[in-house]
Design a protein around this ligand. Structure first.
Ligand SMILES: [Cu+2]
Length: 396
């Protein structure tokens, strides 16, 4: 145990940087009910101290001085954006006279609800985290008009795509970084090398900007429409954030939301399901595990495998993608989660759990519900709502 003197100096060493961080880029609130709203705390509200989950002796300051309020309408918009990611709904481009598909990506700061008790000023594309899905076809001529409304320079990198070097998004090597208030247009033709599940992300001050939310999913389809071997295609992007001024990723999200708000995937019994999995965390690998099934790993980093293999966990290093497939023949509510188990915990006073107190369940945890066809809806369902009031068995 640390002495109280030592502890005080530890607290002191946190206060200034954390207040600075909280005021500048990161703010969130603790202990609210799901989607509840309350006015911002008065300026003289004392800050709340809560032990960091990784080390109960270490104290992290959770500032209430910058207590962001999000209207219900905005929370609904964010839930819908997250649900669109899950269901692979892509953004629509402008079609230019020569047939070029032109996409707008605006990087800006906004308040995002990571889960019911944590909100943060994130940096993201088009007011959502992850950014909108970009879906391209081989042969497409594409342009991306990237506007920078961040307080810092940025670039965009098309991860896994063999674009011309000038379009690669590496600052001071292939382009000048895009200054705050500036814009830059990327242009390339989509080739067969690009087919598959990929991501796009910032490449400026990467470790910081990735953890702030500047990433999204990019899917390239073959030129010819082929008979789709799958009835359901869904996407889970694993993201990571640093809240409370810590220097290690401590909130992990599926399609932008941590459990209890991570979205549930509902699929009809018997459907052939393709899950596109993308690890957009800057610093952490994820070992995603599906209960109740053996799936086939059919593609890695966008490349179809010559010999797909069977597994029930898939290990994704930062920036790796995998496509896994299964036939939904086992009805029920099946957990889908990261098997690095502290990625299934949200920060809080409970820490990692002990003999008397369970941890604050959160992070990379959701369900895949296999239901009779008539009961499948595409609307957003938060994993926590299902967890606290299980209806799976009743539905079967
Ligand atoms: Cu993980």
């Amino acid at each position: 145990m640390k002495s109280s003197k030592k502890k005080f100096s530890k607290i002191k060493s946190w206060i200034l940087p954390t207040l600075f961080t909280a005021g500048l880029v990161s703010s969130f609130l603790i202990g609210r009910a799901v989607h509840s709203q309350s006015p911002a705390a008065p300026a003289n509200t004392p800050a709340v101290t809560i032990p960091h989950r990784a080390d109960a002796d270490e104290v992290v300051l959770y500032s209430q001085l910058d207590n962001p309020f999000i209207p219900r309408k905005e929370i609904n918009r964010q839930d819908l954006a997250c649900n669109d990611i899950l269901h692979g709904k892509a953004m629509q481009p402008r079609i230019l006279p020569d047939g070029t598909k032109e996409f707008d990506l605006t990087a800006s700061t906004f308040i995002w609800q990571l889960y019911n008790t944590a909100r943060m000023t994130v940096w993201g594309y088009n007011q959502q985290v992850p950014g909108p899905i970009i879906r391209l076809k081989v042969g497409d001529k594409v342009k991306f008009v990237v506007k920078n409304e961040l307080p810092q320079e940025t670039t965009v990198h098309w991860h896994g795509l063999a674009v011309p070097n000038s379009e690669d998004g590496v600052p001071d090597i292939t382009q000048k970084p895009i200054p705050p208030g500036g814009s830059h247009t990327y242009a390339f033709r989509v080739t067969s090398q690009m087919v598959g599940t990929h991501l796009y992300h910032t490449h400026f001050n990467d470790s910081f900007q990735m953890d702030m939310g500047l990433h999204g999913i990019l899917i390239v389809e073959p030129a010819e429409k082929t008979a789709r071997p799958y009835d359901v295609e869904a996407i889970y992007e694993m993201g990571a954030f640093k809240i409370a001024g810590v220097d290690q990723e401590n909130v992990f999200t599926l399609d932008g939301k941590a459990f209890p708000e991570a979205p549930v995937l509902r699929v009809p019994k018997g459907a052939r399901v393709l899950l596109r999995l993308v690890n957009a965390s800057a610093e952490n690998q994820h070992v995603m595990h599906l209960h109740g099934y053996t799936f086939q790993v059919v593609a890695l980093d966008g490349n179809p495998l010559e010999h797909p293999y069977k597994a029930n966990t898939i290990d994704l290093e930062p920036s790796q993608t995998a496509d896994v497939a299964f036939t939904a023949n086992n009805p029920g509510c099946w957990m889908f989660h990261c098997h690095i188990l502290d990625h299934m915990i949200n920060p809080g006073p409970q820490g990692e759990g002990n003999e008397t107190t369970p941890a604050n369940m959160g992070g990379l945890m959701t369900f895949i519900r296999v239901l009779p066809a008539g009961q499948v809806k595409d609307s957003y369902e938060a994993a926590g709502a299902l967890y606290s009031s299980p209806t799976c068995n009743r539905d079967l």
